[in-house]
Design a protein around this ligand. Sequence first.
Ligand code: ZN
Ligand code: ZN
Length: 332
Amino acid sequence: MARTTLKLIAAVAMLAGAWTAAKAADNAPAIRVTLLGSGTPTPRPDIFSMSTLVEAGDQKLVFDLGRGSTIRLYQKKIPLGAVTAHFITHLHSDHIVGLPDMWMTGWIGTPWGSRKTPMVVFGPRGTVAMTENLTRAFAEDIRIRTEDEHFPAAGIAFDATDIVAGPVYDKGGVKVTAFEVNHGEHIRPAYGYMVEYAGHKVVLSGDTRYDERVANAAKGADLLIHEVSVIEPELIQARPEYRAIADHHTSPEEAGRIFSIANPKLAVYSHIVFAGVKPIQDVPVEALTTRTESTYRGPFMIGADLMSFAIGDKVEAFGPDGAALKPLMAGQ
Ligand SMILES: [Zn+2]
Ligand SMILES: [Zn+2]
């Protein structure tokens, strides 16, 4: 019996050890980016909605909190409570449905939760109101877990800010700047973000139509993460409401033009909108690639959940299994 107990304690200790931060290797990249969700509102089990993790120095920043962002962080063995700050591009639900999960589940006192300080959230006008309303919506769970499990009150508080374009965050040498993008006249403001650390730069377009403000922010960037939309013309003809969806996003040809102006070391598509005549099918990679290459001759990739990027002297890409990936390149 005693031996079993000891074994159990050892197993629990090992499990807890797996969740502590691994010591950074000497040749560690300056910035590591992981696509936690690369999709859209479509409730696919393999492609979650938008969320991106950017790790730089001692900062772990998450941009957008789409469906399943908690699950992807769990797969990465990153405790939800270890995320330093959260940034929202705009308040469409596919970018925030994971926020209540991150907030509530991250508070639970386990190796994968354990937030003990307020959840830091930056987002467009309406973000603070959303956090206040969520606090009201989940009041009963907060009461129960406070009285029953004695989780710290600070861990379920929000430290939320409605931002304007410009510098929004500067901590541990990591600077985050928001810039406005054009996601349609009813979705203002919508933001893209620029992250700078140790002479390196990562830019996230957010959801946007063709907007050269993204290209300007991404000039000289190591990595440009851009949305894209492929909607089959036959579908738009049959169902005109898809024209409105296409009008809120960037076509592959337009994205290629943005990449050509920005000339990043690597561009990657995430938030890949796809709608075809057949209701359920995969993104047509070949069409996406060919259409991008018609306006861009540099390196790019088609993102997938848990694809990651190591940014140092060079930019390296890895698949969900950790295997190195080669970027696509026009004419090669
Ligand atoms: Zn949107
Ligand atoms: Zn979206």
